[in-house]
Unconditional design. Sequence first.
Length: 409
Amino acid sequence: MSRLDELIAELCPNGVEYKTLGEVAHYSKERIAASFVDSHTYVGVDNLLPDKKGKTESTYVPNEGRLIRFVKGDILIGNIRPYLKKIWLAESEGGTNGDVLVIRKNNSEELLSDYLYYVLSSDRFFDYDVQYSKGAKMPRGDKETILKYLIPLPPLEVQREIVRILDAYSERVAELTDRLAAELDARKKQYEYYRDDLCNFTNRPDVPFLSVGELFEFKNGLNKGKEFFGKGSPIVNFTDVFNNRWMTKETLKGLVEVTDKEKELYGAKKNDVFFTRTSETQEEIGMTSVLLDDIEGCVFSGFVLRARPKTDLLLPKFCSYYFSSYSMRKDIVRYSTFTTRALTSGSKLSKLMFPLPSLAEQERIVAILDRFDKLCNDISEGIPAEIEARRKQYEHYRDRLLTFKEKTA
């Protein structure tokens, strides 16, 4: 029997009491002047976790009216963007903008901050949010919903033992993940080197170059009000293109209600190449993904461009690899515009030059780069699979430790 089992058997053999978060903690509303906050203590929404595009840094400049004070022991939860799911535990005094909820416990004799951190970061917390916010992973601005979450409250000795176990386990997982991530980073650099080398045809007189406009026909996407989304036909969205080198039927999660005419005008079909059309930074536009499946009724968003091949002499995956190569990405960014947002267009992309090697040469390049891609990105095998397995193992162990029988009256 483990030390934790012994403590539970001794101190709470009949179960533990559950209380709502609002009974054991509250939201801090204490304001702090912006002049007292520096880059080391200020925590903005973007600094909590990478967002859905991998972004971790914010260009947002805090102002005095939006800064809320936090101190060590407080827990910060992203309040606006539902994909900021993980909780962050403050290590020092500072301030945060109004897009983050600062949760402060009421009674140190009843609840440990570190224990509450692990409870709120567990999968059960997000299951609860889905139930009460009709699908959102984090209730957008719904503070009352979060305060209704039920917290198991074992004795402090049990809480301390759980924190000790999870701290140690988290540290071991983090160390291993760091090593795997370093190896993965090295593999990705190796992959990028080979991709750029294989996609360099400047000294190949046997490979003709044509303009992108000669090889592809461009089309802007569909714009609809938010009330049309959530049901209907599959749609290729910005994040689908940004996050995937190629897309399949399983990749696309978005749905939109469209007419037959809109399906005709904005249809997406197998072998279409898609580009991110507009974003906050130039580095995020012109990212490429290819649709590898025919999907009935599929359309594409106005935030992306569709490039439909005019020829059968291009392999879809070769297009994806070449458009993501360093030299092509550099040209895409160079020919984009930037005012309040970065923007590219079919007319700009049409002016770029694209090689037309033989189909056999394209197949050779694709076969080599597919192996590298699987090693670097496929979560079903290789290093990404190992990292994912460690993460799931930790989450399963954490959630088991935080599951208690409820004490009956």
